[in-house]
Design a protein around this ligand. Sequence first.
Ligand SMILES: Cc1cc2nc3c(=O)[nH]c(=O)nc-3n(C[C@H](O)[C@H](O)[C@H](O)COP(=O)(O)OP(=O)(O)OC[C@H]3O[C@@H](n4cnc5c(N)ncnc54)[C@H](O)[C@@H]3O)c2cc1C
Length: 459
Amino acid sequence: MTGTEFDVVILGGGSGGYAAALRGSQLGLSIALIEKDKLGGTCLHRGCIPTKALLHAAEVADSARESSAIGVNATLNGIDIVKVNEYRDGVVGRLYKGLQGLVKSREVTYIEGTGTLTSANTVDVNGTRYTARKAVVLATGSYARSLPGLDIGGRVITSDQALQLEWIPSKVIVLGGGVIGVEFASVWRSFGSEVTIVEALPRLVPNEEEACSKALERAFRKRGIVSKTGVRFSGVTQSDVGVTVTLEGAETLDADLLLVAVGRGPNATGMGYDTVGIAMDRGFVLTDERLETNVPGVYAVGDIVPGLQLAHRGFQQGIFVAEEIAGLNPRVIDELGIPKVTYCEPEVASVGLTQAQAVEKFGAENVEAYEYNLGGNGKSQILGTAGFVKLVRQKDGPVVGMHMVGSRVGELIGEGQLIVNWEAYPEDVASLVHAHPTQNEAVGEAFLALAGKPLHAHA
Ligand SMILES: Cc1cc2nc3c(=O)[nH]c(=O)nc-3n(C[C@H](O)[C@H](O)[C@H](O)COP(=O)(O)OP(=O)(O)OC[C@H]3O[C@@H](n4cnc5c(N)ncnc54)[C@H](O)[C@@H]3O)c2cc1C
């Protein structure tokens, strides 16, 4: 083997690519991992981790602001955003260092540079050709999209620039009420901004259970976040001091900034994919359920593959592909079994089918749903959060969906994904014990109720 020949050549070192590299090397494959920017990709540097650090700072700010209500007389003296950013960068930096060490220790060959796919088994980086003996894995991720005619620049920003801001807007408009939009809205509100969300669809987090969207909108309203749903954006102008956003119907909104959070597009053009004949659809790389493209020996993982754009999906797909290439014949990943968490305050977390999807799949007469209100949950009362745990089951069958709203409910979805993916029956879960007083107990209570024996709930 020469220095440029490997079992597997991976293009892109984000969640999907590095997971494939780590698992592949564990399985004895020689791996080249090509990355043009920073190992860890969007998730570590511009996505999950930095945003969640900001959300934690936001939670601390809210706690300080609300502390006197529970007899702790602290005052919030302000947000030092430069310090907040330092804290965030510290978290990212430590994880980045750890990941670099991990990749090195697994003997993955890390190649810095921009790669281009030049054939089904070769990738060029700065004039050097890397050859894959077994497979190439495409993992080039995604970028923040905009709308046609809506140029990013100045005071019109995406999440990339939002994370670099060294000031807190006093007024901000968030275009897009999906995950990224509501998370930034939540952070800025906690930091004291006036926030308006504009969403063209009829509700916030439109991919979630309808009841969750309603509860989130209610909670946001209480927090003073304005949600304009079912309203289309028509244009924006900007000056040195602010932006003016026009909505369909001619309503205008003024603010310091417009955050464009209308989704993420696949980063899959200009890298030779089309030249090599990889089948694509609207820029996304198409694969079969085993994540192989139409070109044998070329796989794709992560955000470039149509479906949920989540880091843990990328990790799982990376692991899957490495095992597939190593001949382990892994089990196909069920996209529906992938948990989703929106980390705003309050959080939204879910896995599986919504009630509407279950009704569509099984028929209304074959679906049963139950909503346990966090009002009856001791720990949620202690935390002062409202919300619910909603379960959807096939009548006389397994639980097919779990949907939650409330502070910290993201931490409860681990149990939810086990239940849904293991196709547990409410009766199975109802006999298991949940510690008191935890929010987790609300999950247990919901199952007790769905199994026909509610404890702290009305039948
Ligand atoms: C603001 C924000 C918050 C998010 N929060 C969450 C969250 O809380 N939880 C969650 O699960 N997901 C979250 N996500 C989504 C998550 O970040 C992505 O799903 C995940 O990073 C996708 O991984 P990936 O490997 O497909 O792509 P990426 O992480 O985008 O990695 C792709 C890598 O490929 C590199 N690359 C691209 N082209 C080339 C080339 N030609 N040559 C060499 N290298 C190349 C890029 O530099 C990049 O490092 C968030 C995203 C954003 C933007």
